[in-house]
Ligand binder design. Structure first.
Ligand code: PM9
Length: 458
């Protein structure tokens, strides 16, 4: 029997979900242009589209909402959040933002000029789009092992330090206004980054005088993996590990909707005072006054509590264990996934699952449609629909490392029986996989096309 970690919580409030008929699902999908983002949530049985802002808040977070201070300037809730961020992240300054991409937007606006290049292990879609929106170039320098879904490297999210050195020599420091690293590495399997790797990368960035920003959305899950897998950290607390990570950097972008356990919120941290001043100016223009940044006082309050809850080791052990349970079940059912599983999601290798569908016919898109048709389950394509890109200068088409479908597990939401249902659904799809066909794109915007594209079955 696969081990399932008992939840370190009990359930106080429930939300009904229902399964509609297969015929209804087929017709709703067609009406949505075969894009699962176009479906209504009430027509979905198990929603694994994202772990972003979809989790359950705790009784303490709900209680904190009532204690929030909604003052326009200088709210008590802001200072509570400042204390949590100061403790955990340790950077000198921060601005609250309504979510992660708003922090990315401010950072990109302030630092990136046309023709600049920004290295990372792998940028996630919103980061990539914010860089491109400034006519910059996002550059992914993951280690080679990351491209092999069967490779069991313990830190497959690592950035290849040698590739980074070569890249800096080739491009020139003057064209690199900042360097990044994403923890965990969401685009390629939610894989962790080791502290050793972050130290190496930080040294390289610092040597060249390149400001180093961490995309910190899932920093607590990353710290948990470091504690489990990196020698020398087994006796450190998750907080100590997180602090050590951030001490290597000059700042961070954070989506509170992930490891800060909230439904909305984010922030941008930095050590540079001048950058902070400029960020405040941008914030006032677009998001709100610097002590609320586009959020209500209650959102700041919930995030301050959630940041601490996200660091709880019993919770993290359950969280990573639940993802591991789903991964193990899928492997036992013969479903190819990215191994080892990451911290927040299981990534199905759609290319190996549907080898008869070419990359340009989007195997991940085809599988995400089948998941909904078969079981009312929503996952998300993270393959060529989301990440393939035609270089405007050369006309050359670039593909992502893999064609994946991600099953992201919202925090503190679904049970073992839900996970079993997902496994059984995929096992049924596997039985008829040869009959599944690819898709073509009927409409797509220039950036972040996967959110609103329309498809036609081939
Ligand atoms: N990630 C996710 O589902 C939500 C958008 S795509 C459905 O994984 C990283 C590593 C992320 C991320 C969002 C953001 C942006 C930045 N970096 O969604 O703007 O995974 O709060 O954060 C999503 P926001």
């Amino acid at each position: 029997m696969r081990p399932y970690p008992p939840e370190p919580f009990r359930i106080k409030t429930v939300e009904s979900i229902r399964q509609i008929s297969r015929e209804e699902r087929e017709s709703l999908l067609k009406a949505a242009g075969y894009n699962i983002f176009g479906l209504r949530s009430e027509d979905i049985y198990i929603d694994l589209l994202t772990d972003s802002g979809t989790g359950a808040m705790s009784d303490r977070q709900w209680a904190a909402l009532m204690q929030a201070d909604e003052a326009y300037a200088g709210a008590r809730s802001y200072y509570k959040l400042a204390e949590a961020i100061g403790n955990i992240f340790g950077h000198k300054f921060f601005v609250p933002t309504h979510q992660g991409r708003a922090a990315e937007h401010i950072l990109s606006t302030l630092l990136i000029k046309p023709g600049n290049a920004i290295p990372s292990n792998t940028h996630f879609d919103t980061t990539e789009a914010n860089i491109r929106a400034r006519d910059g170039k996002p550059v992914n320098l993951a280690i080679d092992e990351a491209a092999d879904p069967t490779n069991h490297h313990p830190f497959k999210g690592n950035l290849d330090a040698e590739k980074l050195e070569v890249f800096i020599q080739e491009v020139g420091v003057e064209k690199i206004p900042l360097g990044m690293i994403t923890i965990t590495n969401n685009a390629i399997g939610g894989q962790p980054v080791s502290l050793e790797n972050m130290r190496q990368v930080s040294e390289i960035y610092r040597y060249h005088g390149i400001p180093f920003f961490i995309d910190a959305c899932r920093y607590a899950e990353n710290a948990y993996f470091i504690k489990q897998r990196e020698s020398g950290y087994e006796n450190k607390t998750i907080l100590e590990i997180a602090q050590e990570c951030f001490a290597l950097s000059d700042g961070a972008t954070m989506s509170g909707k992930k490891d800060a356990m909230v439904n909305i919120g984010g922030f941008l941290t930095m050590n540079n005072e001048d950058l902070h001043q400029q960020a405040c100016n941008e914030l006032v223009l677009r998001e709100g006054f610097p002590t609320y940044g586009g959020l209500a006082g209650r959102d700041l309050e919930a995030m301050a509590v959630g940041l601490w809850e996200g660091l709880d080791e019993a919770y993290l052990s359950y969280r990573v264990g639940q993802v591991g349970y789903l991964a193990q079940g899928l492997l036992e059912a013969g479903i190819p996934i990215v191994e080892p599983p990451g911290g927040h999601a299981v990534y199905i290798d759609a290319q190996r699952f549907l080898p008869h569908i070419q990359r340009d016919e989007f195997p991940g898109q085809a599988l995400s449609v089948e998941l909904y048709v078969e079981g009312g389950i929503r996952g998300v394509e993270l393959g060529s629909v989301s990440f393939a890109y035609t270089d405007p200068e050369t006309g050359e088409k670039h593909y992502p490392l893999m064609e994946l479908v991600r099953l992201a597990i919202p925090r503190r939401m679904y049970t073992q029986a839900h996970m079993d249902f997902v496994i059984e659904t995929l096992a049924r799809i596997a039985e008829r996989r040869e009959s599944i066909r690819g898709y073509r794109i009927a409409y797509a915007p220039r950036l972040l096309r996967h959110f609103t594209a329309k498809f036609e079955p081939l």
